[in-house]
Design a protein around this ligand. Sequence first.
Ligand SMILES: [Zn+2]
Length: 497
Amino acid sequence: MKKDSEKKEYLFAPASVEQMAARRERRVWEQREMLERGGENRCVVCIGMNIAGPNKRSGLIDAAFLDAVLHLMMSAGIGKMLEARDGSGAELRFINENTGIEALIALDMSPEKLKRICVEIEEQHPAGRLFDMDVIAKNGEKLGRSEPRKCFICAKNASVCARSRAHTVEELQKAVQRMLSYWLARKIGLLAKNALYSEVHITPKPGLVDENNSGANTDMDAELFERSAESLQMYYERIAASTIQYCCGEKNDASAKEFFSSLRSLGIDAEKAMLDATGGVNTHRGAIYSLGLLASAAAHDIASGIFAADECGLRGKLPNGYDLADSLVRTAAELARSLGDNSTATSNGAKMREKYGVEGPVQQAQQGFPLAMLAKAAKGEYYNRHGRGGSELAWAYALIRVMAVMDDNNALKRGGEEGAAFVKNRASELASLAMRLDPAEFSAALLEFDAELIERNISCGGAADMLALALFLEEIEKHYARALALLASSESKDRSM
Ligand SMILES: [Zn+2]
């Protein structure tokens, strides 16, 4: 743990003028070398971040850089060329220093085409104004832009502003911080909303609202859940923004107090917005709390520089089984402990806890959402077993696994102890059958269970929340895994040379 933070301290330390000059010189040499190694069509693209002042690195800057790499990987088959290492000669060099985070990529491709792709990313990505994506042709010349870049403070010609030092470093740093916070918060808000969307559409979900039916509910359907998710997106975004502000600012007792009280009031506002959107139906009360914590954890870890931590890949190692999700739930647990138990004594969760002594969402969160992690792992197991044919049902299997062990407040409220025990027994029975049944048989068994729960009027909303959390974690992981693995592989290749 200490080792990680020391390395991060080094990477995030200010760069001296001498270090920057040395890096510039070295970069030219590296570019030349990469161009020489290739044939006639070889060109090099340098991806870096355009950051004023001596501090070239931060968690937000690194995350934006990863996004730039990902966008390039998704264009014109570039990712495939880099990952294949098939002798087509694509080459990647990753520079991870306090002088800046950079990637140099050599490809056989028309430099004009590559430049067009880069300009498009720079223009269209919300943080693209900070991306520097230079393309160098075989003859060593840097390709120009058809239009000069605009200054992100005054919108005039950026190179004129830079030459005349029209803006102070402090002004520029503030603008960069604003742009990156806004971008990351929006991104996390969208991921959270998407997780809620995906969860409701997973079908079949016994007893719950899905595409087939409303389960054991009479006052809600999939469309209502969508509207509810829509109304919550903004709150997840604001939770993320508030977390980023806290992480990047000065940390003391007062700022911590202010941060946690902002989380609480955003939760209250979100609940009001949800009830407004649904006409008073509680669609996502549990998810406001749990997914809110995970959104905050994601913002916290990214803004604090998780990608510069050794275990995460940017340092060149991406150990098998490295789990970004695992880091996020650990952070969420810490946040949940600091936030405390705010549920009112009149909430269903509190009533069930008093009556049956079962754990609720707060206890789940404080333990690092073990049931969401179970769902995520179970989904993977089913998918590995049944391949693409089972992908539809993999999340349904994950749900059953959670239902088999969870004390669901809603099941207790509607079915009492007997009903809750029925859910657990039937779910474990189905879960152990699932791997032996083919997907069509498993699907039929799920529909049967659905009918039984509708008959008994039981709907395990808490288990559905765990599914939404697992979906969120999987999305975040999927998003970054590809770029992290690629950068990690480039460094280990360098080391072996
Ligand atoms: Zn300007």
